[in-house]
Ligand binder design. Sequence first.
Ligand code: ZN
Length: 269
Amino acid sequence: MSDLIPPEPGAWALLLLLLSPAVGSFLALLVDRLPRGESVIWPGSQCRSCAAPLRSRDLLPILSFALNRGRCRHCGAAIPPWHLYMELAALGLALLALALGGPPLTIGLTALLLWLLLALAACDLLWFRLPDGLNATLVLAALTWAGLIQSGLIPPPPHPLLPHTLGEALLGGGLGVALFWGIRIAYHQLRQRAGLGLGDVKLMGGLGALIGVWLLPHLMLLAALMALSGAVIGALRQGRALKASRALPFGTALCTVAALIWLLARLPH
Ligand SMILES: [Zn+2]
């Protein structure tokens, strides 16, 4: 019978925190490989510069980066610091999920959804790509979240505008995709060039399912403002003119704002 007794609440919270930097390390691998169309399974982790396979002492999240001073042990090539940032961010998001509270299933899924948004945001920021695999996983996770709320397995969010049923999540995702699809076509007609990537259209499926129909206008407006201010700051810092043709990581802004809306709407009020 002893294995039927759930573990102490502190035990799995500690496990989540201990695992999260390793999750961040895996997310960094996804962000490094998925946009280039490379396999995420084979070969195992290796140096981008000399292809030396990474051993267990190179794969300790956060610690290895500090011990090797951010360089490959074999060839001395610098490891891009965003690998470390991903590990730290994954830990921070796990802390945030724990701080929001709830039963273990709620906290685990919250962390998973935030990690997915982190990986998508990083892919778009670094490569201007939103890989289909990550977009599809986000849709699945957001629908699972709504389905579990509907079936009473996790408590409903306090905010009435967040999806409380699978149907509401599907509606949010569907409308998100339809809106962005429409904007993409309209922009193409007006300017005769692509303004909104297909990845952004697919991303809206997952984000719409997560935050629901009624918060979509907030998401679009705030993400557009964030992307524009990012572009203005970037242009000012580099002393160049603001060009409409310059690509913006709009997906990063969408993921960031969606995460903020979703987290704020889940605070008790
Ligand atoms: Zn190397």
